[in-house]
Design a protein around this ligand. Structure first.
Ligand code: X8Z
Ligand code: ZN
Length: 609
């Protein structure tokens, strides 16, 4: 509510007494001042929290956990306090940038701490502990339990799931990793309670509603938007699923893979069945292999983790971006340390919200990690591009856009690009296109339902629709509904399978990846156009276009990155693509030749489960 204040107006040296006339103006100034102070304070606290979290995730101990919890609590408590205080400017008409900042201040939470200091302390501690439990997660096969050294960490599990075709070994690794999660269940349940309490004190229905409020549209509309996109891509997923199921049935037999039922979750080359590209050799059609194997090439050339990151940086430099700062190379973590627990799940950091960019990743020399390096650097280049914005705008247009930048670049890792940077002698001809597309689909299309379902589960958990005694059952119901996969062994409420996924344990919203996997194809299509790739009816598929070396594409990309969160995401999208809506037609067009091929292969065979 605008308050009526008395304003002294000076006109030509004459003092005029005008009660209330400039009330709004002075209050706009109040709002400006309030936001300036808030940004200053939050920047300091955010940086402290980032430093503490960096140390915690690089050196997991009870002490670093406590320090990270405290620093994060301080930052969040302050933002909660400011978000509540911001209410006093309600009803005041503010200039658009101030109005946007005010709104962002009030919705910019992943976790909102409750006002009660004890509860705030507890929820912050639980968040740090759950993150640490995941980071420390290991499977110690019983025969080896006596020697800690033989325990398998997430890297070992990942390698087994990727390489093994031995059903017994796969099942054992799968069960072993999922056993890290039951101890999280109690803490997670309490975390949900407290996190909801904080969200409700800020006026949200629950934490899920708070997460959905960040998309420059009403939260319920956003949920519908996600459903709309899924409906667009579902037929493509069904075609891929049916094809893969059939090939796996040939490999493992009817008794393991049913002709028209769900696929067992441990046979898809990845512990979460979210990326199926590792089973490419098992499902590739004869004569349609892509003609090269990037993992082989990298290993044969004795590529080092730093080299992998240099390749990624090189791509961004070719687009006109400045090199990463020396501190990036000094402070990042590229290799899993031998002597301590770290969170190996790859992440990108901007520790001082300016130039202190880093990645933290336990790099394996594989094609998968080659892509992930690009993914992480996408975050870093975005962070640096928006670092000139005021603090509250130093973020991506929406969280999906942050996830999509590096992946967009990785879509340009084509055979022709690999030839250009000297990793491949000759690009395979167009007879290999189906193989190449199938490999990409196993990575990108297979992911879509997974990207969607994690938060379908969490939104319902936060709303109470899924109570704690149904956590695991509901998880597998959604895995079945969206992905058409089933647990490889009976599950019960003694299990807590969602906790075996980093983002659940670490409270990272996940719908962002679903959005990213749709948007990155929109971005790729737009940048391909800017780079002058011969597309649209030329006979050269979009999957063969690399924007490597295109300054035009780089400028277009940078224009969107620099905007940060200063404008609604629809405008950022428009800036780069000329489109204002999320649109799955780009991913569908990209894979159209494959879908046709898949449907031919699936003829006469069951589709769906
Ligand atoms: O978590 C990530 C990145 C870090 S933001 C490595 N991704 C999702 C995942 O691993 O589950 C990238 C793709 C999906
Ligand atoms: Zn990411």
């Amino acid at each position: 509510m605008a308050s009526i204040t008395k304003t002294i107006l000076l006109i030509a040296g004459q003092a005029l007494w005008v009660p209330g006339l400039f009330a709004a103006q002075s209050t706009v100034q109040d709002a400006r001042k309030f936001l300036e102070d808030a940004e200053q304070r939050l920047l300091v606290l955010a940086n402290e929290a980032q430093q503490a979290s960096w140390v915690q995730e690089n050196f997991i101990t009870s002490d670093t956990e406590a320090l990270a919890a405290l620093a994060n609590q301080r930052a969040t408590d302050e933002q909660v306090r400011l978000a509540k205080e911001a209410k006093r400017f309600d009803g005041l008409t503010l200039p658009p940038d101030l109005a946007r900042k005010m709104r962002l201040l009030r919705i910019g939470f992943t976790l909102a701490t409750p006002a009660d200091p004890k509860e705030s302390e507890e929820v912050s501690r639980l968040a740090a502990e759950l993150d640490g439990m995941y980071g420390k997660g290991k499977y110690c096969p019983p025969a080896l339990a006596s020697s800690d050294k033989k325990c398998l960490d997430i890297g070992d599990i990942t390698r087994i799931m990727a390489a093994s075709s031995n059903p017994g070994e796969l099942l054992d690794a799968w069960k072993g990793w999922h056993a890290i999660a039951p101890p999280m269940r109690k803490d997670f349940t309490r975390f949900v309670e407290l996190s909801n309490k904080g969200a409700r004190e800020l006026g949200f229905r629950d934490t899920g509603a708070m997460w959905r409020s960040k998309y420059d549209m009403p939260p319920d509309d956003f949920a519908k938007e996600v459903d709309r996109l899924w409906a667009q891509v579902r037929p493509l997923y069904l075609s891929l699923h049916a094809y893969v199921r059939n090939r796996l049935r040939e490999k493992y037999g009817d008794a393991v893979v049913p002709a028209n039922g769900p696929i067992p979750a441990d046979l898809l080359g990845n512990i979460w069945a979210q990326d199926w590209s590792n089973i490419y050799p098992s499902v590739a059609p004869a004569g349609a292999d892509p003609g090269y194997d990037l993992t082989r090439i990298l290993v044969d050339r004795k590529t080092q983790p730093t080299d992998m990151v240099r390749y990624g940086e090189g791509f961004f430099k070719s687009l006109g971006f400045a090199p990463l700062p020396p501190t990036f190379w000094e402070r990042s973590l590229f290799v899993k340390p031998r002597d301590r627990d770290v969170v190996c799940h790859a992440s990108a950091w901007d520790v001082d919200n300016a130039e202190d960019l880093r990645i933290k990743m336990c790099i394996d020399i594989t094609a998968e990690d080659f892509t992930t390096v690009h993914h992480e650097l996408g975050h870093n280049f975005y962070q640096r591009a928006y670092s000139k914005q005021p603090f509250l705008f130093r973020d991506s247009a929406n969280d999906g856009v942050h996830e999509a930048i590096g992946d967009t670049i990785a879509l340009s890792v084509t055979p022709e690009y690999l030839v250009k940077i000297g990793l491949l002698d000759r690009a395979p001809d167009s007879s290999k296109d189906i193989g190449l597309l199938l490999k990409r689909a196993l990575e990108k299309v297979a992911f879509l339902p997974f990207g969607l379902l994690i938060d379908q589960w969490r939104w319902r958990v936060f709303s109470g629709e899924i109570p704690p005694d149904k956590y695991n059952q509901a998880w597998w119901d959604l895995r079945m509904k969206y992905q058409g996969i089933a647990p490889p062994v009976e599950r019960s409420e003694l299990d807590f399978d969602p906790g075996a996924k980093y983002h659940v344990a670490a409270n990272v919203p996940y719908t962002r990846y679903f959005l990213s996997f749709i948007m990155q194809f929109q971005f790729h299509r737009a940048l391909a156009r800017a780079a002058g790739c011969p597309v649209a009816g030329s006979g050269t598929p979009l999957s063969r276009c690399s924007i490597y070396g295109s300054k035009e594409a780089g400028e277009k990309l940078n224009r969107m990155l620099e905007m940060g969160l200063s404008r609604p995401w629809q405008e950022a999208l428009y800036e780069m693509t000329g489109e204002r809506d999320l649109d799955a037609s780009a991913i569908l067009d990209y894979f159209a030749p494959l879908q046709k091929w898949l449907d031919e292969q699936n003829k006469g065979k069951p589709v769906g489960w």
